[in-house]
Design a protein around this ligand. Structure first.
Ligand code: FAD
Length: 148
């Protein structure tokens, strides 16, 4: 197998992930290269527009395209919109926070937590983290439903 960067490697089983692409409509309407909208990494506004917010998979931020990133970004955007209405200025910045559980099989899991400054530092998977993840799934959706 030869990578785009030119490295070659032998393999018995290849699990490959195709290159990520953003939304076609964004590229077609010239809103951003590759289908991602140029986004201020701290304010989460569209570059050049103070009153347009971008979050989730459609940003061009150097963080994972995950529900976790969208969740933490949404907190910042919601608080800033509220504070702009109340006091005329944003009060929070997004620091690139992402937290992802990683299931490792055989009832074991670990997690990756990182932000712009600190890359992930993976720990060995264990059973407690798997059960924490299972219960967190239920707690998350129960609390989200409670807020709606
Ligand atoms: C198989 C899979 C597993 C995943 N597992 C995880 C995980 O374990 N943990 C995790 O954190 N993340 C996970 N993710 C990633 C996560 O699902 C996404 O990062 C997250 O949903 C992004 O949220 P979003 O609101 O930005 O976009 P989306 O959830 O994609 O929402 C965009 C919405 O816009 C709508 N839309 C699109 N075009 C238009 C249009 N022109 N007009 C109106 N509406 C439109 C779409 O129908 C969609 O409802 C997974 C993703 C996949 C595919």
């Amino acid at each position: 197998m030869k990578s785009e960067e030119g490295t070659e490697t032998e393999y018995d089983l290849l699990i490959s992930i195709p290159p990520h692409r953003g939304m076609e409509v964004i590229e077609k309407d010239k809103l951003g290269d590759g289908g991602w909208i140029p986004t201020d990494r701290y304010q989460l506004t569209m570059e050049g527009h103070d009153n347009v917010y971008v979050l989730g998979d459609t940003t061009n931020l150097p963080v994972s395209k995950t529900g976790s990133a969208a969740h933490f970004e949404a907190e910042v955007v919601a608080e800033n919109i509220a504070s702009i209405i109340k006091i005329g200025a944003p009060v929070r910045e997004y620091d690139g926070k992402v937290y992802c559980f990683i299931e490792a099989g055989h009832d074991r899991a670990t997690y990756a937590m990182f932000n712009y400054q600190n890359p992930p530092n993976l720990k060995s998977p264990n059973k407690s983290m798997h059960w924490f993840k299972m219960s967190y799934n239920k707690m998350y959706w129960t609390s989200v439903r409670g807020l709606l």
